[in-house]
Every structure is written in C-alpha cells, then in structure tokens.
Write a protein that binds this ligand. Sequence first.
Ligand code: TXA
Ligand code: MG
Length: 332
Amino acid sequence: MTGGVITKVTRANSAAIRAAADVLRAGGLVAIPTETVYGLGADATDATAVARIYAAKGRPSFNPLISHVSDLAAARRIAQFDDAALRLAALWPGPLTLVLPKAQDCPVAELALAGLPTIAVRVPAHPVARELIAVFGKPIVAPSANRSGHVSPTDAQHVVADLDGRVDLVLDGGATPVGVESSIVACLNGTTRLLRPGGLPRAEMERALGHRFALAEDLPLMADGDEAPIAPGMLASHYAPRARLRLNSDRVNEGEAVLAFGATLLPGAKQAAMSLNLSERGDLVEAAANLFSHLRALDAADVTSIAVMPVPPEGLGEAINDRLARAAAPRP
Ligand code: TXA
Ligand code: MG
C-alpha cells in the first residue's frame, strides 16, 4: 500500500466509504474529511498501519495521534472518563478532543500513543467521517493530512498537494466547515486544561464544564518534535508557510501580500502583491474556515512576506490567533 505514484481521489459516497473501510482493513491509509480539517486515517489497532502514517507525513518523531470513534460508548472502551470528561463529552459529536487516561485493555496500538499512558479521543461530527467509522467498526487514528510542518488541509486538493502517492485513497467531502483543528482538553488527575484552542470555543467548553480551565502554561513538555505531545501550543513553529507573516499589521509594505480581516482597507493595501480576506463581514467562524486555504494561496503567490490584519481574540479568534502565531514563529 501507498506505493502508487498517484493517489485515488473519489467523491465520498457510500460505495467510496465502503471501499475506504476495505483499505483500512488492509492496513492502508485513507484521507478523511472531518468538520475541522482532513485527517490521514489508519486502523488504530494496527501498529504497521500507524507507522505508515508517520512515514507518509514525514514526522520527525512518533507524536501521539487522535483516535476517532463513533460515540461515547466506543470512547469508553479506549479511555477513562472522570466527571469533567463526561460533561465535556456531552458536546460530542464535534470539534473537541479529550486527552484521558487510556482504558485497561485499550486496543489502540502503542505506537499511536507514543508510549504515553494517556490517549486523545474524539467523536467527529462530519457525516463522512461518521459513516466511515461506523462501517469500519473500529477506532481510526488520524493526524491532520498534511506533510509535517505544513498547514492543515481543508479540502481534498490540499491533501493531494501534500500527500499524493503517500495515501491510498482520498475521500473528497468538499471543504471542511470549521477549518481549524479540534480543541484539545486534557482531563487528568482531576484537572482540566486546554492544550490547544481549536474549533470549539473556550466559552462553550467552560460552560459545559461549569468552571474555567486550569492554566496550561505550567505543563511540562514531554517530547520535542514539530508537534509536541503534551502541550502542542508551546511549540514554536508548526503551521509554517514559506513566507514570513507580519501579525497585527496596520499597514502593507511594498511587495507584501495581505491577509485581511473585516472591511477596513489598510494603508498600502491597494499596491499589495495579492490580497485575501478571511471574512469581509468580520465573522470569526467564516475566518476560521478560510484560514488555512488563504495561507496556502498567499504562500503559493511566492511573496516573501504577508501582512496579517488583527483578528479579535474572542470565540474562534483564540484558535485563529494561535495558528497565526505559530505560522509566524521563526523556524529552526
Ligand atoms: O481536528 C483535529 O484534531 C484533526 C482531525 C483530523 O481530527 N487532527 C489533528 O491531529 O489535528 P494532529 O495529529 O495534527 O494534532 C493532534 C495533537 C498533536 O499536537 C498531538 O501531540 C496531540 O494532539 N496529542 C495527541 N495525543 C496526545 C496526548 N496523549 N497527550 C497530549 N497531546 C496529545
Ligand atoms: Mg497536525
């Protein structure tokens, strides 16, 4: 598997989903649309298949993967839920990943957990992901379906651009509606921490929880690599376009491209090499959905610098600003 030069891309109807389940059963890799971003999926219980994910992504280290399951009952077969975890699980299906102690007799391959005693679990809401998990009948591990260090794919063509020939099948379910990765919350030792802001706004999760998250800042880093296991947010550079990003820009310099937000036109914007707007009406949900595809498009225009307008930090703005800060971080 994954030996072919050209990857098959197919519209995600029921026949294609059954074919995808067969690929997974044979130990192959399938790119799957979820409501957040496309995932690079494999049979979670097959260590060889999991290893193929790392090879395909070109990950420098074996960082742990999210296990995707159909419902809470299936999640409880692989992870242990405390009260806080159960309250948050009421928000499933959706763009929320929980990091929990793994269950006794957890069938997920050790490699997918990178040797950790904890496991990341998610119940996605996207109908294609849900149908595939149901037909396959086992947990599917899936990181975002991009090469290591690239931005996450929000449509099937992004997947092909990064992973052509390295994935057996791409299920094309169109553009992903949310556009940023899932929010990741750890419920461990009686404490809940937001490890990665994402597609589910903090306020919604804290409302379900009944209190605020503990600070994630004092978490130890458990590994290095481009996507560090315990606190991905502490990692300097991950979502990395080639062009430099100038965040919170109030003007556009000569030769720069612009990533705009809202209706205001920055000084110098008319001369910009290229300009794309995350959301002209200043809608953060629309902005999240456009974030990665706009970054890719501006980067492809071959400019050395992109002026990024300020994005307000509330709601999905927290995740958007987090991804922008990472994309702007200097690379080693
Ligand atoms: O929206 C998403 O979450 C997408 C879709 C495909 O589900 N997936 C995704 O996976 O973004 P990935 O591998 O690109 O990012 C998952 C993050 C990584 O930073 C990983 O280190 C962290 O989750 N993670 C996984 N298991 C963990 C664990 N046991 N403890 C702490 N962090 C963990
Ligand atoms: Mg990723």
